[in-house]
Write a protein that binds this ligand. Structure first.
Ligand SMILES: [Ca+2]
Ligand SMILES: [Ca+2]
Ligand SMILES: [Ca+2]
Length: 295
């Protein structure tokens, strides 16, 4: 990357997405390679331990650090029956790409995020130095007990551009690796609305996971969507249910927006875990719950 005088700076850090194609793709590729080496040479011993939010028997656990902007993101656990209960969501994380600058998608990551729990049932991960762009980013997870051991997880990403630089085109990606009933490889998926995917466990059809992004431009189901976010090229997620299972299914959403100087954009996904037969009635209630995208 370049400093303010246009000279190459020697330090390459992983806590930045300032890897751009302004000069050449080969330079950017070299920077990515250097970042990989830097990552491998650090123990990351300072990383925070996994953190758990809970509401009754509904729990969500995540390690706030993702392993860097070109890593896979952290794993998670969502359970309606308490800590250690069967997992219904193996991963929930966010990626971004500044169109016209970035040569690939980058995970939201920074070596020293500010981690708080505003309430017992929420986790907030803040990137106050803005991923190398001077932005303020807040990632929020909020878990709620829905009764009958069912759980709702709201995932929210808020990006504030506090710089004087307008961003004409930004793509934001939410990625979830769906697991139902603790078994990751037998899920079935059906698109049940423009912004809703219903996952069903392959063994017990009463066990559901319902994914509801708020007003995305694209929504996709497949078995290798994360690879599109972690490989070295520019990718949009494919539209619709590419694979319906049974399989180890993933689901992703993409929003395309601008981010002018001084603006704030919020992106939101709701995921419902329905882990007990008696909780299937929650499906009906779920349709009443509103999610929104605030601009
Ligand atoms: Ca399963
Ligand atoms: Ca990619
Ligand atoms: Ca899966």
């Amino acid at each position: 990357m370049l400093d303010s005088k246009g000279k190459h700076t020697p330090r390459i850090t992983l806590d930045t997405v300032n890897i751009r194609a302004s000069k050449s793709n080969s330079l950017a590729a070299a920077l990515v390679a250097a970042a990989v080496c830097s990552f491998a040479s650090h123990a990351w011993a300072q990383f925070p331990a996994p953190i758990t939010a809970s509401d009754g028997t509904a729990t969500f656990t995540i390690n706030p650090y993702s392993g860097g902007v070109i890593g896979n993101g952290p794993t998670s656990q969502l359970s309606g029956t308490g800590l250690g209960g069967l997992n219904f969501l193996n991963q929930a994380w966010w990626w971004i790409r500044v169109n016209g600058e970035d040569i690939r998608e980058f995970a939201i990551a920074q070596a020293s995020p500010v981690i708080t729990q505003p309430t017992d049932n929420s986790i907030r991960i803040e990137y106050v130095s803005g991923l190398g762009r001077g932005w303020r980013i807040s990632m929020d997870f909020e878990v709620s007990y829905l009764g009958l051991n069912a759980a709702r997880l709201v995932q929210r990403l808020t990006i504030s551009n506090s710089t004087s630089v307008d961003v004409p085109s930004l793509s934001v990606f939410n990625f979830n690796n769906v697991t139902l009933n603790g078994t990751p490889t037998n899920e079935l998926a059906t698109q049940t609305g423009p912004n809703e995917i219903d996952f069903v466990d392959g063994v017990n059809s009463l066990y559901h996971g319902i994914y509801r992004p708020s007003n995305p431009d694209l929504i996709a189901v497949g078995s290798s969507l994360r690879n599109l976010l972690t490989n070295s090229g520019i990718d949009d997620i494919p539209p619709g249910v590419i694979e319906s299972g049974p399989g180890n299914l993933e689901v992703a959403s993409q929003w395309n927006t601008d981010l002018p100087s001084g603006s704030t954009r919020t992106f939101e996904v709701t995921y419902l875990a329905i882990p007990t037969p008696g909780a299937a009635g929650i499906l009906a209630l779920g349709g009443l719950m509103a999610t929104r995208r605030r601009r």
